[in-house]
Design a protein around this ligand. Structure first.
Ligand code: PLP
Length: 469
């Protein structure tokens, strides 16, 4: 039980004192303040966050999809507690059992799914693992430092990761520390050109990408030696921060064909969409392609001790080509993280998460479709598994309406929505190119009653936001 107790409530400073201290002592550079004042939470359990008064906030974003298996998941928390009592600390140069077992479980799973042998490499969080993957692909391609990535893609905010993340605002103040990726369009079905199906749009974008290699004058390929200037293509199979965009099913197959033809590696970023968010362990499994490198983090430990990693095909990462010391962090394969990660994979192998997530996702999407019919301002709802989106627009159902979605977030966080006579709140995350998309990442264990509650609260939220704007 992780709801705040009376003892907790009485023993901490009040919100006003904490907020004044935050304003004075905390760097704002490591956070984002979406609502003013920022909300302070004291507890969490299942699909809910709780504030100081014990008021419940239904959470439909689960720490940006880091807590796929519910807040304070008892089974995972117990593994962490047990590890604290056995081997909580161990320097990276020594081995401990769960590091090896976790690497083996992931690598064997990759071999079953994609048919390649490979190895697993750990680090502390998503961005750090992206950094390490950049070293792997640069090293494996003779030091090539140029990457392709998607417009609207997000791979983190460390220096290397922000050079392959499309938004200039993450680089603007700091100059360039590495080569900026070449950003190509991601197939965004809702905003595709008129007169094309989503699949035709996918094919069109693949053809446009392939055209880059037609002549040396497009600047990516030397036909005389048969070499691309680019090492790898970094891809989120569904764009996460970009707005939970589900690409047409044919797109990645077409793209991979071009990459294979010109010897460019495919690095798949599963940091937000991995661990059954979309109904598969890895979201790329929906698209029938075999990646060369897979990067993961977040839900590997259900948001407990930070741990991430990458898997790469054997020829890219075996110790002959990527030797000891190629990367290192004191906390890289920390035993608290690897113990929980191993339990996450055990847990997901014992239950049919694929069916559970696809069924709950279909039910949630049905609910969103009823709202779409009722409110002209919902331009599109879509999703894969429990990665769902609602695009909030003006009354024309297409023009992005950031003001309306911001109002919805504010009302949700104010905690005065009505649920059967009680007050409660709703936690939403916003993404998308125009910052107008509600990106839903609920707990994968969300119940039908909680989904019904979420749809009812969203209905109240949009109805009120329209009136108050
Ligand atoms: C797709 C993707 N890649 C990379 C990252 C960066 O991970 P972290 O925030 O753990 O550094 C994120 C974080 O949101 C992400 O969603």
């Amino acid at each position: 039980m992780s709801k705040p107790t009376l003892e907790m409530i009485n023993s901490r400073p009040d919100d006003a004192t904490l907020l004044a201290d935050e304003a004075k002592y905390c760097s704002f550079g490591d956070t984002v303040h979406y609502v003013e004042p920022p909300k302070i939470f004291d507890g969490c359990e299942g699909s809910y966050m709780y504030d100081k008064e014990g008021k419940a906030f239904l959470d439909l974003q689960m720490w940006y999809s880091a807590c796929n298996f519910g807040y304070a998941n008892e089974r995972l928390n117990n593994v962490l507690k047990k590890q604290i009592d056995t081997l909580p600390q161990c320097a990276s140069q020594y081995l401990h059992p769960t590091k090896i077992e976790l690497a083996k479980t992931i690598a064997q799973g990759m071999e079953q799914r994609f048919g390649y042998q490979g190895r697993v490499h750990f680090n502390v969080g998503g961005s750090q693992c992206i950094e390490d993957s950049l070293k792997v692909v640069r090293n494996a391609t003779g030091g090539k430092s140029l990457m392709f990535a998607f417009q609207g893609g997000y791979h983190g905010r460390t220096l290397g990761a922000s050079s392959i993340t499309s938004s200039y605002r993450y680089r603007r103040r700091y100059g360039h520390f590495g080569d900026r990726a070449m950003f190509v369009p991601f197939p965004y079905p809702f905003r595709r050109p008129k007169g094309m199906t989503a699949e035709e749009y996918g094919e069109h974008l693949v053809a446009e990408f392939a055209r880059l290699f037609e002549t040396e004058y497009h600047g990516v390929w030397d036909p005389k030696v048969g070499q691309a200037e680019y090492a790898a293509f970094y891809a989120e199979p569904l764009q996460a921060t970009g707005g939970y965009i589900v690409p047409p099913r044919n797109y990645f197959k077409g793209l991979k064909k071009v990459l294979d033809q010109y010897g460019i590696l495919l690095v798949v970023d599963e940091i937000q969409m991995g661990f059954y968010r979309t109904g598969k362990l890895w979201s790329i499994e929906h698209f029938d392609v075999k990646p060369d490198v897979v990067v993961f983090a977040k839900a590997l430990t259900n948001g407990l001790n930070p741990l991430g990693g990458l898997w790469a095909r054997e020829e890219l990462i075996n110790p002959e080509v990527f030797p000891v010391g190629s990367t290192h962090s004191t906390f890289a394969s920390n035993p608290l993280g690897t113990a929980v990660g191993l339990e996450v994979l055990k847990m997901t192998s014992e239950t049919d998460y694929e069916k559970m997530v696809m069924d709950s996702g279909a039910y949630f999407l049905e609910g969103l479709k009823t709202l779409e019919k009722k409110h002209k301002e919902i331009g599109e709802v879509d999703g894969l598994g429990l990665a769902l989106r609602a695009e909030i627009c003006t009354e024309d159902g297409f023009t992005a309406n950031k003001a309306l979605v911001d109002k919805m977030v504010d009302i949700g966080m104010s905690g005065d929505l009505d649920w059967k006579g009680n007050k409660m709140g709703l936690v939403l995350d916003i993404g998308g190119y125009y910052k107008n998309v509600i990106t839903f990442a609920p707990s994968l264990h969300i119940t039908r009653q909680e989904i019904d509650q979420g749809i009812e609260l969203l209905d109240q939220l949009i109805t009120r936001a329209k009136k108050e704007l």
